[in-house]
Design a protein around this ligand. Structure first.
Ligand SMILES: [Zn+2]
Length: 431
């Protein structure tokens, strides 16, 4: 399954129609949700509730099921004439969304997970409607939508495969269309530049470091955007709720977010493409979600007890939301691009101790703080960027190195493992 997203350029009038359709579908969504809540309340308190047969029939009779609600659509259209101006499959798909939300809710309840009840959708939460099968077509630089019209579209890349669904989406002031469809992997097959494997460390000082010694830096626009967005958030906090000025700032803020999101996406796409085109095996660390969000431990000066910089500010705020989210997206992009290429594989390995151990002699050094950027080995004297060192270890783990102590030797692990033994097979670091 692939999704292609294109920007739409509707006229002012078309924009109004799109927004109107969006509002009507949202209204329908909320009404359907209300109906389900009501019926459920009636059924739940009925004396026959524990009779399973009765319950099943009652649910059916009350139109609580998805198809029950879909069958009610003609009645809705009789009462509310304006719903005739919306393509019927769009309305059906909206009801299916309600059903999906409900099914997901019940599934979570059954699994004992934390389950939030399906929510009513406010104007700021509901952004899209969908043509699930038909009612749309692409004609040159025009997207033809049934009951809406011919919309100008920028097809910046050709759509491959067969399109199945067409989703119209609003992001701030902009409108987009997402085509989803199936394409066969063979359509994009290509062979990478080398048959080598590369280890990749999701870096603290850099975006990522490669085991080849190359480094991909965080692009500068993250920093610039961070400054700008923080400023705007402060501005927003000063404005009165509901005021015109506040709304204006909200608009500008969402525009700034969209810009940095697009820039990030572009950055991630280009580099993941580059890796997939170059290497046959790409090895990542299997990142625990905790690494993404955990704040670094507070650091104190030994004698005075005063706090020292622990690198927390580096991970705080926008940085966490943008850079950390960047990593998992980056891995996902690499994975799907690799799957399309066919030959390339993306693997994940246990990152245990990969940042402490020396890639040259396997000597285990002390735990590094976020602020320590250089790996200096006290055993063999190797001096290397800490992220590159970790990347080399990640590659070594993929090649069979085991850094995790086996359960039996856990008790006396430190002594045995930190001393480099001469007969241990060592990888020579490529420098
Ligand atoms: Zn060493």
């Amino acid at each position: 399954m692939r999704t292609y997203k294109y920007r739409l350029y509707p006229t002012r009038k078309q924009q109004e129609t799109l927004q109107w359709t969006l509002d009507r579908t949202r209204e329908l969504y909320n009404a359907a949700l209300q109906e389900r809540r009501d019926t459920w309340a009636i059924i739940k308190h009925h004396p026959n509730f524990y009779d399973e047969e009765w319950r099943k029939q009652a649910i059916k009779d009350h139109g609580r099921s998805c198809y029950g609600q879909i069958n009610q659509l003609p009645e809705v259209k009789e009462v509310r004439d304006e719903y005739n101006d919306i393509y019927s499959q769009v309305l059906q798909e909206t009801l299916k969304r309600v059903d999906k939300a409900y099914k997901a809710f019940f599934r979570r309840v059954q699994n004992g997970e934390k389950a939030g009840y399906p929510r009513y959708q406010g104007r700021d939460r509901y952004h899209s409607f969908c043509y699930p099968q038909s009612g749309f077509s692409l004609e040159g630089n025009r997207l033809v939508l049934s009951k809406i019209g011919h919309l100008k579209i920028k097809v910046h890349r050709p759509v491959q495969g067969t399109i199945k669904t067409c989703t119209i989406k609003r992001e701030g002031d902009c409108w987009y269309v997402c085509f989803s469809g199936e394409i066969e992997a063979s359509q994009e097959k290509h062979t990478p530049y080398t048959d080598e494997a590369v280890g990749i460390d999701l870096g603290l000082c850099h975006f990522v470091a490669l085991s080849t010694g190359d480094i991909i830096e965080n692009p500068r626009f993250f920093r610039q955007a961070e400054k700008k967005i923080t400023g705007m958030q402060q501005e927003l906090a000063r404005k009165k709720r509901g005021s015109k000025r506040r709304k204006k700032t909200v608009k500008r803020l969402s525009k700034a977010y969209r810009k940095v999101r697009n820039q990030r996406q572009d950055f991630l796409h280009q580099w993941s493409r580059c890796l997939v085109n170059t290497y046959e095996t790409i090895v990542f660390e299997d990142l625990a979600p905790s690494k993404m969000s955990k704040a670094p431990k507070p650091k104190q000066e030994k004698e005075t007890g005063a706090s020292l910089p622990n690198g927390a500010s580096k991970k705080a705020g926008l940085n966490t939301s943008i850079l950390d989210a960047g990593w998992s997206t980056f891995m996902n992009l690499c994975e799907y691009k690799a799957a399309c290429a066919g030959v390339v594989q993306v693997k994940k390995v246990d990152p245990y101790k990969t940042s402490q151990v020396c890639s040259g002699c396997l000597h285990e050094g002390p735990h590094k703080d976020l602020s320590e950027r250089v790996h200096t080995c006290e055993n063999c004297g190797l001096v290397l960027d800490r992220d590159i060192n970790a990347a080399m270890n990640i590659l070594a783990v993929w090649n069979g190195l085991n850094l995790r102590p086996t359960p039996k030797t856990t008790k006396k692990k430190t002594q045995a493992r930190t001393e480099p033994s001469e007969d241990a097979p060592l990888r020579s670091p490529r420098l």
